[in-house]
Design a protein around this ligand. Structure first.
Ligand code: FAD
Length: 317
């Protein structure tokens, strides 16, 4: 069975791998250059900066066991970071990829046919098959089964006109997050690699250089709060980066001005309101939807959602 999966974050690579393991011919698309989605990392001067999820937890044995079985031990490891403050569930420190967080999705991808830099802009149903079009409106091919794993608002664009899915996807809400990567000549000496609620406007500071393999010194990720990110959502990255540098500098580094490396806007960073379901599936139309926002707002939620949908599909095919 020919299957297309849209989105190569944790949910997308997980379900692509499961379905390929069941003998399906899977093609995985992502609009970005690589895998990882919101677990992405950016190459920076010969090293890596994790500007998406800085780490993630495995709260269930199902997820922890899957990682042990499917991801080589040189590709991910526990991160014994010292945390100051009270983390939410989606901020629990557990594991990181090595030398970058997206090493995990890259490893799970294996030999699956991956089409990067391809935004799926339109779907059509014809003769019981799915036709996918890119943003140049070029037909990419036809598939028997389609899985969409994009964040809710991006999924909504694709399923508009499919009433049974559209209505449900509309129920989910997501919130933004601005992050800035900064560098200090003299690293902080705060006794913690992760600081929660460190200053007004900042939700987290993460010591990127403290993770193994990142190959940089004094690089920190500044993660703004959802409210702050919403307020400056449409400002240019350099301006937002300068603001975040100020917040950081005033509170942590009065003696040295942090150098801004880059700022990145995650327009759909976190789930604000989930569907409280594991996934959405239409047997009649042979289309499934999974991702963190179906059930929660963590990397583990993305994985759990994908595994549940894969189980449903294999039970019905
Ligand atoms: C700054 C930040 C910090 C975070 N911190 C944590 C944390 O500490 N712990 C934790 O557990 N979680 C954290 N998260 C949340 C976590 O990253 C997500 O829950 C998880 O990565 C979601 O995975 P996913 O596969 O469901 O979605 P995504 O990773 O968003 O994957 C969806 C993919 O779909 C692609 N896509 C979208 N539309 C299209 C299209 N039309 N065509 C082709 N491709 C498309 C996107 O490019 C993306 O790669 C954080 C997120 C952010 C942004």
């Amino acid at each position: 069975m020919k299957t297309a999966v849209v989105g190569a974050g944790m949910a997308g690579v997980t379900i692509a791998r499961q379905l390929a393991g069941q003998g399906m011919e899977v093609t995985l698309f992502d609009k970005s250059k690589g895998t990882g989605g919101r677990m992405s990392s950016r190459a920076w001067q010969g090293g890596w900066i994790d500007h998406g999820a800085p780490s993630f937890a495995a709260r269930t044995e199902a997820f922890a066991g899957y990682l042990r079985a499917q991801v080589p031990s040189n590709v991910y490891q526990p991160w014994p970071a010292r945390v100051r403050g009270v983390p939410n569930n989606d901020e629990l420190v557990g594991y990181i990829g090595v030398p970058r967080n997206s090493s995990i999705t890259r490893s799970l991808l294996g030999a699956i046919n991956f089409q990067p830099s391809t935004r799926i802009a339109g779907l059509e149903r014809e003769d019981n098959r799915w036709l996918l079009f890119n943003d140049g409106e070029t037909l990419l091919g036809q598939w028997d089964l389609l899985v969409v794993t994009a964040p809710a608002p991006q999924t909504l664009v694709l399923v508009r006109g499919i009433p049974e899915l559209e209505k449900q996807v509309q129920q989910a809400e997501m919130e933004p997050c601005w992050v800035a990567a900064v560098q200090l000549t003299n690293p902080l000496n705060e006794g913690a690699e992760v600081m929660i609620d460190p200053a007004p406007g900042l939700r987290r500071i993460i010591d990127n250089s403290a993770k193994p393999g990142r190959n940089n010194n004094g690089v920190y990720l500044l993660q703004a709060t959802a409210d702050w990110s919403q307020e400056y959502l449409e400002e240019p990255p350099e301006q937002v980066g300068a603001r975040l540098c100020d917040l950081f500098g005033q509170n942590f580094s009065p003696a040295q001005r942090p150098q801004l490396l880059f700022a990145h806007r995650w327009r759909y960073a976190f789930t604000k309101k989930s569907l409280e379901k594991d996934f959405l599936w239409s047997q009649g139309l042979q289309i499934g939807i999974c991702g963190d926002w179906c059930r929660g707002r963590t990397v583990e939620d993305a994985w759990t959602s994908a595994m549940a949908l894969a189980g449903k599909i294999s039970g019905e095919s």
